[in-house]
Design a protein around this ligand. Structure first.
Ligand code: HEC
Ligand code: HEC
Length: 252
């Protein structure tokens, strides 16, 4: 928001309380917290005309095209003693964090600013997992970037062989509650030779959640790490019990 607009809104807002003696709002500012998977947030305000005369509503204008209202189409009158509920729905798709939205309401009894703070909950548990799967479906390289990398890449740094497997691969393949879409590597009966491991580690499979891990193809692990991993897969891996991935201490 540019500065002029900010000042203008502040002036309107500070005046609105005084100027609208005739209109009584249940609040001029509301804060809501939505569920992590909500696609929109609905905030409603109730305005009562406590004056003797009817008040005309000329314009109700949300600050953003993503906010729609069920308020009557302007202009309309609010008769003396009557109240009206104004509902505003803000589209949350693709949004995260806290959104601050406002609505300018112009009436014959003055102009006022309604403010809405919308806190979008971060998904947790199954919702978080589902969201991460969707992100990975759209881009299998996503696990190597941003916050995903805290758990899917950082723990692989400087690791070799078994430790590298646990951090890079076991996190998905040996998960205690392994997702159905993730292959149970230990149930594959044939063909787990060097060519197989090299292929999957360096190439993964496009169109699935399995990305290439080798640096040459956009992954996070070096040639030496690839070799150490292949050696481990052909060696002790079959004998080892699946070691559970541990959440790294550093998280953001
Ligand atoms: C806090 C650590 C952590 C972060 C951050 C994280 N993951 Fe994961 N991820 C895991 C663990 C642990 C598993 C194993 C399954 C489980 O226990 O939920 C997993 C499994 C997966 C799987 C396999 C499918 C499944 O549900 O088991 C995919 C795909 C995935 N993560 C993608 C992502 C993406 C994309 C991001 C970033 C948007 C991300 N992860 C961020 C820890 C994390
Ligand atoms: C983000 C989760 C995830 C991580 C991390 C991951 N994989 Fe996978 N992997 C998958 C998924 C999902 C598939 C299934 C692909 C498909 O649909 O064919 C798969 C498939 C495979 C297959 C093919 C199994 C078969 O015979 O069909 C191999 C081998 C494999 N992964 C090895 C690895 C190795 C080695 C690592 C570590 C370098 C690793 N994976 C890391 C999710 C993951």
């Amino acid at each position: 928001m540019n500065r002029m607009l900010a000042i203008l809104l502040l002036v309107i807002w500070s005046q609105s309380v005084a100027a609208n003696a005739g209109l009584r709002w249940d609040a001029l500012q509301k804060t809501v917290t939505t569920k992590a998977d909500a696609t929109n947030a609905v905030v409603s305000f109730v305005v009562t005309n406590s004056s003797k005369a009817s008040v005309r509503f000329y314009r109700i204008k949300p600050s953003c095209g993503c906010t729609s209202t069920t308020a009557p189409k302007t202009p309309w009158n609010l008769n003396s003693g009557k109240f009206q509920k104004l509902e505003f729905a803000t589209d949350l798709r693709g949004k995260r964090g806290t959104l601050r939205k406002s609505v300018i309401v112009q009436t014959s009894s003055g102009t006022m600013l309604l403010r809405m703070n919308i806190n979008i909950s971060e998904p947790t548990g199954d919702a978080l997992r589902k969201r991460n799967q969707q992100i990975a479906k759209a881009d299998r390289f996503a696990i190597f970037h941003g916050q995903c990398a805290n758990c899917h890449v950082k723990p692989t740094y400087n690791k070799q062989g078994r430790e590298l497997y646990v951090a890079a691969c076991g996190i998905c393949h040996d998960a205690e509650h392994r997702a159905d879409i993730v292959t149970d590597l230990r149930a594959v009966k044939f063909g787990q030779n060097e060519i197989y491991w090299r292929h999957w580690i360096t190439r993964g499979k496009s169109g699935t959640l399995m990305p290439p891990f080798a640096r040459e193809n956009g992954g996070p692990i070096s040639k030496a790490q690839v070799e150490s991993l292949i050696a481990y897969m052909l060696g002790d891996w079959k004998k080892d019990k699946p070691a559970r991935y541990k959440e790294p201490a550093v998280r953001q």
